[in-house]
Design a binder for this molecule. Sequence first.
Ligand SMILES: NC(=O)c1ccc[n+]([C@@H]2O[C@H](COP(=O)([O-])OP(=O)(O)OC[C@H]3O[C@@H](n4cnc5c(N)ncnc54)[C@H](O)[C@@H]3O)[C@@H](O)[C@H]2O)c1
Length: 397
Amino acid sequence: MKKIAMLGSGFIGRFYADSIQGQRSKDTITMVYSRREEAAVKFAEDYQCDRYSTDMEEAIAHPDVDVVCIALPNNLHEGAVMLCCKYRKAVITTKPLGRNAAEAKRMLLAVEEAGIFNGYLEDLVYAPKFLKAYESVKKGALGRILWAKSRETHPGPHSDWFWDIEKAGGGCILDLGCHCVEITRSFIGKDIKPIEVMCWADTQVKPIDAEDHAIGLIKYENGAMAQFEVSWTFRGGLDLRDEVMGTEGTIWINNFLRTGLEMFTTGKGADYVAEKAESNSGWLFPVGDEVNDLGYNHMFAEMFNCMENGTAPRETFYDGYIVNAVIDAAYKSAKTKLWEPVALDIWRGQTGLSKVSHLVEYDADHYLIKKEITHYGTKKVILKHKKTGQIVEKIIE
Ligand SMILES: NC(=O)c1ccc[n+]([C@@H]2O[C@H](COP(=O)([O-])OP(=O)(O)OC[C@H]3O[C@@H](n4cnc5c(N)ncnc54)[C@H](O)[C@@H]3O)[C@@H](O)[C@H]2O)c1
């Protein structure tokens, strides 16, 4: 049984608490830290926490706490992590790890130096649909992965600090792109190095200093490409979609809208529908079980199992650092309008890969371009001659 201190009693702190203490879980939040006493008391009552504190250090240091879960604004992650190192408490932190790679690197080095368990709470690589797709990709069902795309767009976050570039560290690229980077990186292979990024970003709607809309491309050392699409100005709810394309197959995932549950209501009994839903009347797309479908259950189960087994979880601070480094390159590219290299002082995957050959052998003289059965029953192949480069088609059988 894990005794957890929850730092922060806001939006994600409550989703995390619903997951950690849901479904007759054996793990409990024994302590909650919140700046304002009334918020701490309310959270402690709602989740039957033994204690609350308005002093972060006291919450972390308390002997009845063995895991610290950071659910605070981005500018407070580093300070909280350093206190976990001081008191040698296992630490799991929400995304993004840092506001930039320099902060993330300091946190990574500190937890490793302190020798404490560290988990990066990237829930969307624990979402049931992602896990199923990932298993197929790793078994080779899609062949060689060529391109992976992830989109997270919604009408904008719910608290003031997100909109303040100093506190948040960026706009929608950092807030939403961090999910997309890790989703696509997982499909391509976490041991494949991201090498450069091209990004367009703009502030199209909101009166803020950060970007509210962006599209980026991330090139990997083996030639694979990732794409992210993020927005804080999208109308119509929370759009979470992924696509993966390989030489042998394709996957499309829709995590939130159009998931198979569609409902019409005039608005009678209007109630909460789903995160960032913009309406509670008309045609609606409720999500079956948000806490589960967004990956929180699978994520905490894995984190706590790994703590008990003494193994590293799927997502660690190292992954958070890589994500921050990719995003730093995206911000740079949005300014320079050039492909910008991903600066990785720490890299633990493969190195020196080159683009995988795209040539498929057909016979001694030809490469295969395409094999096809036509609607009139003819089977044919399209081939390229290895020496002359001539392209021919041939009826087979
Ligand atoms: N899917 C996800 O993984 C996901 C979703 C939403 C938010 N987040 C992340 O969770 C973190 C918190 O976001 P949120 O949506 O819960 O925000 P929130 O504003 O709802 O809650 C933040 C909490 O931190 C407290 N807080 C704010 N300023 C503080 C300060 N100066 N000192 C001490 N406490 C302070 C607030 O009172 C609140 O308890 C962010 O890093 C965000 O990126 C992750």
